[in-house]
Design a binder for this molecule. Structure first.
Ligand code: PRP
Length: 211
């Protein structure tokens, strides 16, 4: 797109933490910290252009080269399998993908299991590995209400603190995968903007070593 290093950040708390690390690694862009609703920020001095994307869209920007690099959860990378490089596990945004259901859930083995999820691919793979027949009910959020209302038997969703499950009288029945935030790069950008990307990568690695 130009000489700027274009960086897609997941909007929200994770993105704020990621920006703080990138700034510490020498890729600061102070205007991003100003209050307001702007979504794109540039800093000529450090040569970066950041933009806030919906977390589940970051990999789309990176795969298509609209962003050179970005940060996405392992959940998104496994669900959509974008064609890009995964460079580093940033060790933040840690949570797990799990099967959860009402406290008194028993698997109705005589019939197909109804699974509500934002992650149909991950859920299908998991149940295929168990040879369990399922029907996917694809939802986009507030997955926890599905078993409560009888829409599904179980959910496959992200559990971080476990508070949402607890407060809705649900519990984890199986853990599928540990999740954390990953630094990802567009394949062509990794080649053509290699110097800047490697600089960021090595600074981030040094920071991880010190932790
Ligand atoms: C995620 C996830 C759970 C919740 C888990 O939802 O889908 O609902 O966070 O966090 P906890 O274990 O700390 O309670 P998100 O906030 O992304 O909203 P969503 O319902 O729109 O998916």
């Amino acid at each position: 797109m130009n000489d700027y290093l274009n960086i897609a950040l997941p909007k929200g708390r994770l993105g704020d933490r990621v920006y703080a690390r990138f700034a510490e690694a020498g890729f600061a862009c102070p205007s991003i910290l100003e209050p307001g609703r702007r979504l794109i920020f540039e800093n000529e001095e450090t040569g970066v252009r950041y933009f806030w994307a919906k977390p589940s869209d970051v990999a789309v920007y990176v795969e298509r080269g609209a962003a050179d690099i970005g940060v996405a959860g392992r959940d998104i990378l496994l669900e959509y399998t974008p064609d890009l490089y995964e460079l580093l596990d940033l060790g933040i945004g840690q949570c797990r993908m799990a099967v959860a259901a009402k406290n008194d859930f028993r698997d109705p083995t005589e019939r197909t299991l109804r699974v509500a999820t934002k992650f149909p691919h991950i859920a299908s793979q998991y149940y295929a590995s168990l040879s369990r027949d399922i029907e996917i009910i694809h939802l986009n959020g507030s997955i926890e209400i599905a078993p409560i209302l009888g829409l599904s038997d179980v959910i496959v969703d992200i559990v971080e603190t476990g508070t949402t499950l607890r407060e809705n009288n649900l519990k984890v029945f199986a853990e599928i995968l540990p999740i954390s935030a990953r630094l990802i790069a567009n394949k062509a950008s990794f080649k053509f903007k290699n110097e800047a990307i490697e600089k960021l990568l090595s600074s981030l690695l040094q920071m991880l070593d010190k932790e």
